[in-house]
Ligand binder design. Structure first.
Ligand SMILES: O=C(CO)[C@H](O)[C@H](O)COP(=O)(O)O
Ligand SMILES: [Co+2]
Length: 239
């Protein structure tokens, strides 16, 4: 069965002083997940959200939304337990943070592959779903041994360089989404970066079933209409 269509607004573009009402507005507008961009000031030059904020968000939204945590951090393994305890539902890490060979080769070197597998086992062992994120330079083929090992619940395709919201969608990432959908018909494939009314169609047609949008949703004069536009594009691609 094809995976369900999901909208995951990135709270990176929300008003942090009003995070709970902002999150609830997204859920009322039809968003099923909330995307939490975690940046540690090392992997990227930005500092954002950590486990205490995830804990408060979980207390505010309960089970009405999946907390889709995207960790742009140098040492994801160190954060597994803290995010699990805070209430994260999905823990997605940057593959190149543990397996830098994915940036220069179609095959991850064995030592790095073992590190990625151990991390994913820890994520699942802590009760979260395990996501693997490919930044633009990371080769799609590198996820194959992880999928074959039954460790991948979600593949996130970054369509901007990691670090900031509000960047332009990279159309050259569309073939990567297509290749992953062809290889993994039942996998949750998430697209993240520069998604708005004019770009969501290309990502959805290529096979993404989960769309992240930050600046488009929170910058819209009508948040509900923005979420509906994204949902309509996913529905049209699935029809
Ligand atoms: O992971 C990210 C950046 O590293 C963000 O999730 C992404 O950029 C969302 O913001 P926008 O929709 O404004 O592009
Ligand atoms: Co993100």
């Amino acid at each position: 069965m094809a995976p369900a269509a999901v909208i995951s607004p990135s709270i990176l573009s929300a008003d942090f002083a009003n995070l709970a009402p902002e999150a609830k507005k997204c859920i009322q507008a039809g968003a099923q997940w909330l995307h939490v961009d975690v940046m540690d000031g090392h992997y990227v030059h930005n500092l954002t959200i950590g486990p205490p904020v995830v804990k408060s968000l979980k207390a505010a939204v309960g089970t009405s939304a999946v907390l889709d945590c995207h960790l742009m951090v140098t040492e994801p393994t160190e954060w597994v337990d803290d995010f699990a305890k805070a209430g994260a539902d999905i823990f997605t890490f940057q593959l190149d943070a543990v397996a830098p060979s994915c940036l220069t080769s179609e095959t991850v070197i064995p030592e790095e592959l073992e590190k990625a597998k151990a991390l994913m086992k820890a994520i699942k062992g802590a009760g979260m779903k395990a996501g693997v994120c490919l930044r633009p330079k990371a080769a799609a083929a590198c996820v194959a041994p992880l999928v074959e090992a039954g460790l991948v619940d979600l593949i996130l395709v970054l369509t901007v360089e990691p670090g900031f919201g509000g960047q332009a969608f990279m159309p050259e990432m569309v073939p990567k989404i297509e290749a992953l959908r062809k290889a993994y018909p039942d996998m949750d494939i998430e697209v993240d970066g520069g998604i708005k009314d004019s770009t969501v169609g290309a990502a959805a047609k290529a096979g993404a079933n989960v769309v992240v949008a930050g600046s488009y949703v929170f910058g819209a004069s009508d948040l509900k209409a923005a979420v509906s536009t994204l949902q309509a594009a996913l529905d049209a691609a699935a029809a």
